[in-house]
Design a protein around this ligand. Sequence first.
Ligand SMILES: Nc1ncnc2c1ncn2[C@@H]1O[C@H](COP(=O)(O)OP(=O)(O)OP(=O)(O)O)[C@@H](O)[C@H]1O
Ligand SMILES: [Mg+2]
Length: 296
Amino acid sequence: MSNAAAAESFGQFEGTSGYIASRSLIDAVNCSLALERPLLVKGEPGTGKTLLAHHVAEGLGMEMDSWHIKSTSKAEDGLYVYDTVQRLNDARFGDGNVGDIRSYIRLGPLGRVFSSEKRQVLLIDEIDKADLEFPNDILRELDEMQFTVMETGDEVKAKQRPMVIITSNNEKELPDAFLRRCVFHFIEFPDVDQMRDIVDVHHPQVEKALLEQVLTKFYWLREQKELRKKPSTSELIDWITALLRAGVNPRQLEAELPFMGALLKNEQDTKVISQYLDRDGKLPTSLDELKGPGRR
Ligand SMILES: Nc1ncnc2c1ncn2[C@@H]1O[C@H](COP(=O)(O)OP(=O)(O)OP(=O)(O)O)[C@@H](O)[C@H]1O
Ligand SMILES: [Mg+2]
């Protein structure tokens, strides 16, 4: 392959109109595609980790399958399950083809994307929810992209290596052996300009003056050290939805924070801000008054 052809095939993902991705995130997706290694995405809650997988699939014109990890998830669930209960029922009531074990093998998300004729995106969402051994347990299958169904001896081998996107909220450290096999990207919290673009995707009709007030209050809240949980992008989007539905005007936002429950999710945080406002604490009215990353 010539250098030019290689460069062209390297940059396959260019983003989508519904997802605002930084250059470094787009590069990480393309790096993961080129290396055929899973992309591990970390970042604060609500920074678009899960949504990314949907948009990578859309951008690449691929189907997506998902595996949402829970504390009880086991590696085997991703491969296949042997439905012994159904087989037992069929044996009791004389239904189904009990002699054919294959009809009781249900493929899990990994099994399904491996068997797909077309290359797919597989989202393994919130890998840190499972126990510590879980990432190690799926290492081999992710590396080799194949496994054996013990009950039938059938080999399930990826026809096309899927694009695997793994998300983590950092609840647990991931093992080094696992990390070595991934391409890593941390989604930085969006700056004001990126946030304007994100808001525009969801609320293109929002008036400029209202948006300025909303962003000023939002980034001011994120600067408050007393808060236990800073509001996230998804909470900002919800807050704007509430403000628009209620017809709140920019002036009303100068001295109050209506629908605070869309932004702050515990009573201590709500109390800190309410007490500040009750003491006649001033809210900034322009981004220039902020100190942190929200400042223009
Ligand atoms: N870059 C972005 N472009 C467009 N919308 C975004 C972006 N980032 C966040 N959002 C908005 O935030 C919402 C939450 O995103 P998502 O569920 O992907 O976050 P997450 O990082 O997976 O959060 P969690 O860690 O809580 O699962 C999305 O539905 C979307 O409305
Ligand atoms: Mg998520």
